[in-house]
Design a protein around this ligand. Structure first.
Ligand SMILES: Nc1nc2c(ncn2[C@@H]2O[C@H](COP(=O)(O)OP(=O)(O)OP(=O)(O)O)[C@@H](O)[C@H]2O)c(=O)[nH]1
Ligand SMILES: [Mg+2]
Length: 315
């Protein structure tokens, strides 16, 4: 299953691919050369969560016949719009052309728009971000209506300088795997059976989450959970033996104290991480009272692990 990154030159496509999947630091992306031919990167940390990102040169145009083979393989097309210098009208025209050609070949493609680089002085507050987001949405809807094309598009405000890019890519990857629905149910049941406040299943290498429970994602929860993964990776790289960095026993607990009062335990939150499959970890936020029943939590996590194995075996 392929995810295509398309859009104008210098809009940030290669930076996105490198920052999320190759651990390039956002500042170093400044020196990336222009992409001259399509660059393919396959993410295959877990054998059941494999997908390919194809990074196209700027302003790639699609043709239903010439690009048939590519489009048949495509699960999602991400159009990257540079919110700092991009022209909305011109971009929407190009996106409409891409959708017109792609939808002739493959009706199942998801269309995703990143309103990208919303991190500069131009976008200091949320109102300014929402304005460009809404303008783009309105313009592309009009373009598609005029052309009589009926597809759904999802929009995201993104930047490589914060977690928004990971959040957006997580949501797109989730759309490509039907088993994610079962995972969400399992995570919801962790919430109901043991009071887990929020739970994510992460790919530890890319730090994108392939599932979370149905409660809304608070970006600070995502940030704190993904930083816990960094801690685990750093620790196991330093102290892990013989390249055996992660195994079934890998787990981490961090207690976050809420108030300054050392005696007041009631408001504490625990961050709890446990491996659930190859390179997949469950990270949960759990309240003080619920964490006292750790045996119940572990029991339910083991059930989740077993179900996950069964789901993967059936695939
Ligand atoms: N401020 C800001 N700059 C970004 C962001 N993402 C990418 N950039 C910058 O945008 C410039 C172009 O990035 P590239 O990733 O090379 O763009 P591209 O779309 O791959 O360009 P082509 O390969 O020529 O089509 C670089 O200087 C990046 O550092 C972002 O989220 N915020
Ligand atoms: Mg590029």
């Amino acid at each position: 299953m392929d995810i295509l990154l398309v859009g104008p030159s210098k809009s940030g496509k290669t930076s996105i691919q490198r920052v999320v999947f190759k651990k390039l630091s956002p500042h170093e992306s400044f020196f990336l050369p222009p992409t001259m031919s399509v660059e393919t990167l396959t993410v295959e940390n877990n054998p059941n969560v494999q997908f390919t990102i194809k990074d196209f040169p700027g302003n790639k145009e699609f043709d239903a016949e010439a690009d048939r083979a590519i489009l048949e393989q495509t699960g999602a097309i991400i159009y990257v719009f540079d919110a700092q210098i991009g022209d909305i009208e011109e971009s929407c025209g190009k996106l409409k052309d891409i959708i017109a050609e792609a939808s002739k070949v493959n009706e199942k493609i998801y269309y995703e728009v990143f309103v990208h680089k919303v991190d500069s002085d131009l976008y200091q507050n949320d109102d300014q971000k929402m304005e460009v987001y809404n303008d783009f949405q309105r313009e592309i809807r009009n373009e598609l209506k005029e052309a009589d094309i009926n597809v759904n598009i999802t929009f995201y405000l993104t930047s490589i300088y914060d977690h928004t890019i990971f959040d957006a890519l997580s949501k797109i990857v989730q759309k490509l795997f039907p088993f994610v629905e079962h995972l969400i149910e399992m995570l919801n049941s962790l919430h109901t059976s043991c009071g887990v406040e929020k739970a994510f299943i992460f790919d530890i290498i890319s730090k994108i989450f392939i599932a979370t429970d149905s409660s809304p994602v608070d970006i600070t929860h995502y940030e704190i959970c993904s930083e816990l993964i960094d801690v685990l990776i750093d620790m196991s790289c330093i102290y892990g033996k013989d390249n055996l960095k992660f195994d079934e026993e890998s787990s981490t607990t961090i207690k976050l104290k809420k108030g300054d009062n050392a005696d007041d335990e009631a408001g504490n939150t625990y961050l709890y991480l446990k491996e659930v499959d190859e390179y997949l970890v469950l990270v949960c936020l759990i309240g003080e009272e619920e964490f006292q029943k750790k045996h119940l939590i572990n029991y339910n996590i083991n059930l989740l692990k077993q179900s996950l194995k069964e789901i993967f075996a059936k695939k």
